[in-house]
Unconditional design. Structure first.
Length: 262
């Protein structure tokens, strides 16, 4: 059983707000800020639960008060005034949080086996607004059932269905799930934790996959994207051209586990 408790499920809103209002930084924040916290939408419960559990101080600083807080439909940015325990100086610090809490979706890579050997991998190719250009990235937006044993049949059935739907590959068969642990994608900017996995799928004919994937462009996520099946022989060149942190972390951990070799 996974020991990660989903942020959204930990407290109800009333309990989370009670914990937040008991914190010194909340009590020292302005009335305007306190009212803004009360206005945080219901679907930001994961963030509120994480905020309720955030320690007010550690060996390096303590949080004095919340100075600003903004949110849109997915993310929230709190800005705190903080006092250093080292030199007693005051400064402000912000981070970007996801509305559902620190534990985001799974990010993944698909490895394709032909006759028992890894011959290809599948990466996502997207036009991302933030980068302003086309990039390769891992396959994300996968949200397994909460509090379900990762070794269970139910968990595997979910992944099977999700990858079939995401890749538009009917009758896809997962032969192995490789758990690659968690990462902080950017600890200086966000508290988000991302789980990484790789899956192996088997095929007797690589063209069966290529025929479904090649050239297809989708736009059901508010951006254009498709998938590319890449021969494993091109891996080194691919790694030199991609900057996606999730993909690089996935390949690094796969190499450490001797699943692939560079």
């Amino acid at each position: 059983m996974s020991n990660v408790v989903c942020s959204e499920n930990k407290y109800n809103r009333q309990d989370a707000m009670a914990k937040i209002k008991n914190k010194r930084w909340y009590q020292d924040s302005s009335q305007e800020i306190q009212e803004k916290i009360d206005e945080i939408p219901e679907d930001f419960q994961g963030f509120l639960n994480d905020l309720a559990d955030r320690e007010e101080e550690n060996g390096f600083y303590f949080i004095k008060k919340l100075k600003q807080i903004f949110w849109d439909d997915r993310y929230v940015v709190p800005t705190f005034e903080v006092k250093s325990k080292k030199d007693n100086s005051d400064y402000v610090n912000s981070f970007v949080a996801w509305r559902k809490g620190v534990h985001r979706s799974i990010n993944s890579l698909v490895l394709v086996e032909t006759q028992g050997e890894i011959t290809h991998f599948i990466a996502k190719k997207s036009i991302r607004f933030a980068t302003g250009r086309e990039i390769y990235e891992s396959i994300g937006s996968i949200h397994p059932p909460r509090d379900v044993d990762e070794n269970s049949q139910e968990y595997m059935q979910y992944l099977q269905q999700e990858f079939e739907k995401t890749l538009r590959l009917p009758n896809l068969k997962i032969s192995r799930l490789i758990n690659l642990g968690n990462i902080y994608p950017d600890a200086g900017m966000t508290d988000t934790i991302v789980k990484l996995i790789a899956i192996k799928v088997e095929t007797c004919d690589i063209n069966e996959i290529k025929n479904y994937i090649d050239g297809n462009i989708y736009n059901d996520k508010r951006y254009d994207y498709g998938f590319e099946i890449i021969p494993i022989e091109r891996l080194l060149k691919f790694l030199s051209e991609t900057n996606d942190s999730f993909l690089l972390a996935i390949f690094g951990r796969l190499q450490a586990l001797n699943v692939i070799k560079l």
